[in-house]
Design a binder for this molecule. Structure first.
Ligand SMILES: [Zn+2]
Ligand SMILES: [Zn+2]
Ligand SMILES: [Zn+2]
Length: 489
C-alpha cells in the first residue's frame, strides 16, 4: 500500500495561504484553515451557480460565491434541530441552537423555564448572526453568574440591580443587550458608568470634609447636569473622562489649599491666582467646582482667571475648497474619513453630531436621490458626494464590528451593541487624516450663511438660528432680517 505523499503547498490554506494545523478541513480546493472555514460558513447570499439565496461557503473559479451543492464536496451544513444552514457546533446542531440551549440554562428562574421577563433578551441573543463570539462570551463563568443572578432574582432586574454586579465591563454589555431587546428602558451608558464609578473616585479622598463637599458637588451639580444632557442626546466617553478630571482637580485644589493652611471658605483671591499660576491649562478643570462652590456659599466670591486653550485661527475658503477637492476627487482617504470629512466641509457638521447621524434616505427610483437628516427638512446630497456616501454605506460601513452585535442604523457605528461611534475616536481618525474638524466646520458655516439666509441654513443643518445669525454677522452677511415663510418683514 503506497502512502500519499504530502506536498508542501498542501500545508497551507488554499484561501489565505497561511499554514494550516493538523486536522484542518479539506475541501476540493485544498486545506482550509479554521478562520477561513469559519468565515466561509458565515457567508450567505445568492449562489453564483444556481441563483438560490443560501449559505455560500464555496468559491467559484471566477471568484463568485457557491453553495455547497454547486461547489460539491464541502459537506452538509443543515442543522438537525432548526433546519437552518450554518456551521455546526455539536452533533449536527448549529451554533444558534447550541447558544439558545446554553443561554436558556443560565436564564432559568429555578422552575426549569426561562424567567418570563428575560425571554426577549434570550430571543435577541440566540439569534445573533455569528453565534461563535457569543458562545465564547456565554462560556465565561463571570458572565454566567451575572445572568443567573438576574434570572433567579438575586438582584432586581433593573438598572439599579445591574449596578450592584461586577465586573463592570461584562455588566455593561449585558445592560446594552437588555436595553436593545427592550427588557430594560434605555439609559445612557456613559451616565451609568459615571454613577457606577463615582463612589470609587470619592473613596480615595482622605479628608472627610473634602469628601463630603465633593460628594455634594458631584451629585447636585455634575450628575444633574449629565442627566439633563443625556435626556437630549447620548453622552460620549469624553463626558466621563472630563467629569473625572473635574473631580480630581477639585480634590487636588482642596488638598493644595489645606497645605497652605486654609479651608475653602477662607480661600482668597491671592490663593486662586497662585493655584492657577502653577499650571493654568490642567487647572482649568477646577472651574466648574469653583463656580458651584461660590454659588452655594462654600467659598467667597472671587474672580476666576480665564484660561484660553483654543487656537481661534480659522482656515481660508481657499483651503476649504482644496480640502473638498481632496475628499471628492482623490481616494487617498479611507472611506469613513472621506464621508465624515465631506459632511464637515459641505454641511458644517460638528463631529459630535456626525456620530449621531443615521444612514441617509435614498429614493428607489432612478436617478437616485439621497437626503441626509441633518435638520428639517432633510438635506439633499449632490453628486459626486451622494455616490461616495452610498458607496461607503454599501461596502465599507462597519456593520457588525464585534461580530455579534446586531446591525444598527448609525452612519458611523461604534463598537458597543447598537451604539454610535464615540465622537472622540471619530475626531481622532479625522485629525490623523489631516482634516481640520473645528476650523473646517467654521469656514463652511461662514460660507453657507453668505449664500443663504442664516435661518434657512440653521433649519437645514440642525443649528439654532441664533448661532447661524451670529456667524453671519461676523462674516458680514446681509440676510439677518429674513425669516422663512415670512417675506413681508
Ligand atoms: Zn485560510
Ligand atoms: Zn448553488
Ligand atoms: Zn439550529
Amino acid at each position: 500500500m503506497s502512502r500519499t505523499r504530502v506536498r508542501v503547498e498542501d500545508l497551507f490554506c488554499a484561501r489565505c495561504r497561511r499554514p494550516v494545523r493538523i486536522g484542518a478541513a479539506h475541501w476540493p480546493e485544498g486545506y482550509i484553515c479554521a478562520s477561513c472555514r469559519d468565515h466561509a460558513l458565515e457567508t450567505y447570499g445568492r449562489c453564483a451557480g444556481c441563483g438560490i439565496d443560501r449559505l455560500t461557503p464555496g468559491i467559484a473559479p471566477d471568484g463568485g460565491r457557491w453553495c455547497t451543492d454547486c461547489a460539491g464536496g464541502l459537506g452538509d451544513f443543515f442543522c438537525e434541530r432548526c433546519g437552518r444552514e450554518a456551521a455546526r457546533y455539536r452533533r449536527g446542531v448549529c451554533g444558534n441552537c447550541v447558544l439558545a440551549e446554553r443561554l436558556g440554562g443560565f436564564l432559568d428562574d429555578g422552575t426549569g423555564r426561562i424567567r418570563g421577563e428575560l425571554v426577549p433578551f434570550h430571543d435577541e441573543v440566540r439569534n445573533v448572526p455569528r453565534p461563535k463570539g457569543m458562545l465564547t462570551w456565554v462560556g465565561k463563568p463571570h458572565v454566567q453568574q451575572i445572568l443567573q443572578a438576574l434570572a433567579q432574582g438575586q438582584v432586581p432586574l433593573s438598572h439599579e440591580g445591574l449596578g450592584t454586579l461586577s465586573p463592570w465591563r461584562s455588566v455593561a454589555y449585558v445592560r446594552d443587550l437588555l436595553m436593545h431587546s427592550g427588557v430594560l428602558p434605555h439609559r445612557d451608558r456613559h451616565l451609568l458608568l459615571f454613577e457606577r464609578r463615582l463612589p470609587e473616585w470619592l473613596d480615595v479622598v482622605e479628608n472627610p470634609e473634602h469628601r463630603t463637599l465633593l460628594h455634594r458637588f458631584a451629585t447636585w451639580r455634575m450628575l444633574r447636569k449629565l442627566r439633563t444632557a443625556a435626556d437630549k442626546q447620548a453622552l460620549g466617553a469624553g463626558v466621563v473622562t472630563s467629569a473625572r478630571a473635574q473631580l480630581s482637580q477639585a480634590a487636588a485644589f482642596l488638598a493644595w489649599l489645606a497645605e497652605r493652611g486654609r479651608t475653602i471658605d477662607g480661600c482668597t483671591q491671592a490663593d486662586l491666582y497662585a493655584w492657577y499660576a502653577e499650571n493654568a491649562i490642567s487647572r482649568r478643570h477646577v472651574q466648574p467646582f469653583l463656580r458651584w462652590s461660590m454659588d452655594h456659599h462654600a467659598m467667597p466670591r472671587l474672580k476666576v482667571p480665564t484660561v484660553r486653550t483654543e487656537n481661534p485661527a480659522p482656515i481660508s475658503q481657499h483651503r476649504r475648497i482644496a480640502l473638498i477637492r481632496k475628499v471628492m476627487i482623490s481616494d487617498e482617504l479611507p472611506p469613513m474619513e472621506r464621508v465624515a470629512a465631506g459632511l464637515i466641509l459641505l454641511y458644517a457638521q460638528p463631529v459630535r453630531r456626525l456620530a449621531r447621524l443615521t444612514i441617509p434616505t435614498a429614493s428607489s427610483t432612478k436617478p437616485i436621490k439621497v437626503a441626509l437628516r441633518l435638520g428639517d427638512p432633510p438635506t439633499p446630497v449632490p453628486e459626486p458626494f451622494a455616490d461616495i456616501l452610498l458607496n461607503y454605506i454599501h461596502t465599507a460601513r462597519p456593520n457588525r464590528p464585534n461580530g455579534t452585535a446586531p446591525a444598527s442604523d448609525w452612519l458611523f457605528p461604534g463598537r458597543g451593541t447598537g451604539q454610535p461611534m464615540d465622537p472622540a475616536s471619530l475626531g481622532r481618525r479625522l485629525s490623523v487624516a489631516g482634516i481640520p474638524t473645528l476650523h473646517g466646520r467654521t469656514a463652511t458655516l461662514q460660507q453657507l450663511v453668505l449664500q443663504a439666509p442664516p435661518s434657512v441654513v440653521a433649519g437645514m443643518l440642525g443649528y439654532h438660528a441664533v448661532h447661524t445669525e451670529a456667524v453671519a454677522a461676523q462674516a458680514g452677511g446681509t440676510w439677518k432680517k429674513y425669516a422663512p415663510g415670512d417675506h413681508t418683514r
